[in-house]
Design a protein around this ligand. Structure first.
Ligand SMILES: *[C@@H]1O[C@H](CO)[C@@H](O)[C@H](O)[C@H]1NC(C)=O
Ligand SMILES: *[C@@H]1O[C@H](CO)[C@@H](O)[C@H](O)[C@H]1NC(C)=O
Ligand SMILES: *[C@@H]1O[C@H](CO)[C@@H](O)[C@H](O)[C@H]1NC(C)=O
Ligand SMILES: *[C@@H]1O[C@H](CO)[C@@H](O)[C@H](O)[C@H]1NC(C)=O
Length: 433
């Protein structure tokens, strides 16, 4: 009895304190709310600086929970400054570091390169050729990918087919001047009797000769590799997903759980290093190799029937907004037999879509595609949001290009956007420092 009275009294005190502070903030008008955004930075692009991460808005705000409704789809009727965010090319959350990322004269060219209305992924910059290789997820049966020649202004775009043809690569990296592709296509009725299962392929960017390194797990098909990267030991890490079936790019639905694998090219051995993510997707190491970042697009589920999607390609992806849209960081522990992971932690929850392909900048910042939403986020290595780029097409992945590695191409559905700014990419020939 005595105890519950005390609790009731305490609750009463807390309630009146909470009431008082709410009154102070809201008090019948919204004039007590600091405007969420202001114009800031150089005038070469539309830039909005957001006050205190926008985490206190006039309570009339709302947002559709459909993950394809981006951050700018938030409605903030009682704060006209929100329109600055909606219209911005770049949104800054951390003013000092964000304006440094943009530099003196940031520019953006939205839909700089016109592409098919399918997902574009695996942008891989080959500095020796000054070319950017980009893959396309679909349409079903299509064996072509794109190469953007940056030696021309404007760049030229051509489609290419490797020798032999490779069906539906979706992630990749440049390593020792070779392209390593994560392949999701699973199709035994390709043209000219070509048959293929998902796996890892190495492509010489100069000759376009392709060589398969792995295509099964002890007789099981992979669901469709989504992304890959290479660790300081030379082991290849890849995520296996189930998008290929939902996109109509795989004959079979998954036989194995979604997981992250480590593959040792010198012996052929593969091991599963993580099974804890709902939908493992993009994967990158930090520049010291001590951390691996894996994005989880858990809120997307592939299904047998086309859903209300963001575009008209027969994409069969459902959204459950209460599932994961996170980037996880893990500690990487090296042993002669290969590295293992500990210390899983969520470092970022996406503000829109779900975190898809991601890349590490020279200084360790992450640039993360928003998946089926329009834009990319810039985080520090601990997952603090610094800024974002706003596009007019969904962004699946990004690549640093050019001699100074300060031009970023954002590849997505129905467009490739170009950004020129002050954030430098890592040396493509020497990633680990
Ligand atoms: C809140 O509004 C009431 C009624 O208009 C007014 O009396 C009070 O002073 C206001 N309080 C603050 C903190 O503005
Ligand atoms: C560009 O970035 C560098 C750090 O890489 C920084 O020192 C410099 O101040 C930035 N430039 C601008 C104009 O912010
Ligand atoms: C397999 O390839 C054929 C021939 O190009 C194409 O018609 C079919 O849609 C493809 N199926 C899948 C599941 O990729
Ligand atoms: C296949 O993709 C290439 C490269 O984007 C494109 O030029 C071609 O039209 C596509 N073919 C079909 C049948 O969609």
């Amino acid at each position: 009895m005595a105890t519950s009275t005390t609790v009731a009294l305490l609750l009463g005190i807390f309630a009146s304190v909470a009431c008082a502070s709410a009154n102070t903030l809201q008090n019948n008008s919204n004039s007590k709310f600091h405007p969420v955004a202001k114009t800031c930075g150089p005038s070469t692009a539309k830039i909005a600086c957001v006050y205190r991460y926008g985490t206190l808005l006039p309570p009339s705000f709302s947002r559709d929970q459909l993950p394809t409704v981006g951050y700018t789809g938030t409605l903030v009727p009682d704060d006209p400054s929100w329109n600055l965010v909606v219209d911005a090319d770049f949104v800054i959350f951390d003013e000092k570091r964000g304006l440094e990322v943009l530099g003196a004269a940031p520019t953006i060219q939205k839909k700089y390169i016109d592409v098919l209305n399918v997902i574009h992924e695996a942008p891989i910059y080959v500095p020796d050729l000054n070319k950017l290789f980009v893959t396309q997820d679909g349409p079903p049966g299509n064996l072509s990918n794109l190469v953007i020649d940056l030696n021309y202004d404007p760049p030229t775009v051509a489609s290419f087919v490797t020798d032999p043809p490779v069906y539906q690569p979706t992630g990749g990296i440049l390593h020792d001047n070779m392209i390593y592709w994560a392949i999701q296509g699973n199709n035994v009725s390709l043209p000219n009797g070509l048959k293929q299962r998902p796996g890892v392929v190495r492509v010489d960017p100069k000759t376009l000769k392709a060589e398969w390194l792995i295509n099964n797990f002890y007789g099981f098909f992979f669901g469709g590799l989504n992304d890959l990267t290479v660790d300081p030991n030379g082991d290849i890490w890849f995520t296996d997903s189930d998008y290929a079936f939902g996109l109509g790019l795989a004959d079979n639905s998954n036989q194995l759980q979604l997981a992250t694998y480590r593959f040792r090219p010198s012996t052929g051995e593969i091991n599963v290093v993580d099974t804890s993510l709902e939908h493992p997707n993009g994967i990158v190491f930090s520049r010291d190799g001590k951390t691996v970042y894996i994005s989880d697009t858990g809120l997307e589920t592939v299904g047998p029937v086309a859903s209300k999607g963001a575009y008209d390609y027969p994409i069969r992806i459902y959204f459950t907004s209460t599932l994961a849209r996170n980037i996880y960081a893990f500690d990487v522990n090296y042993t002669p037999k290969g590295a293992y992971l500990t210390g899983k932690r969520s470092i970022f929850q996406s503000l829109e879509g779900s975190p898809d392909g991601l890349k590490v900048a020279a200084n360790g910042y992450l640039v993360v595609g928003s998946g089926l939403s329009n834009g990319a986020d810039i985080l520090d290595g601990d997952g603090s949001l610094i800024a974002r780029i706003q596009t007019d097409h969904p962004v699946e992945n990004v690549a640093f290009t050019g001699k100074d590695l300060k031009t970023v191409f954002l590849t997505g559905i129905g467009g490739i956007t170009r950004v020129q700014w002050n954030l430098t990419g890592p040396d493509p020939n020497k990633f680990f420092v």
